[in-house]
Design a protein around this ligand. Structure first.
Ligand SMILES: [Zn+2]
Length: 59
């Protein structure tokens, strides 16, 4: 039984925090684009990572 699913994305922030879920991020809705930041240190997270993590929620 092989189930193909999108592997959970993890992002290791420079501060050492592992970002996995929406709640690990702060969202900054700018005028033109949305900026995702590490909740711990406010370092911007690459947009594509942020978008992906933004859809991940703990079960
Ligand atoms: Zn951080």
């Amino acid at each position: 039984m092989t189930e193909i699913c999108m592997a959970d994305t993890e992002y290791r922030c420079v501060c050492g925090a592992t970002l996995r879920y929406r709640q690990d991020l702060l969202v900054d809705d700018g005028a033109r684009s949305r900026t995702w930041k590490c909740k711990e240190c406010l370092t911007p997270v690459p947009g594509i990572i942020g978008e992906r993590l933004g859809h991940q929620h703990p079960m």
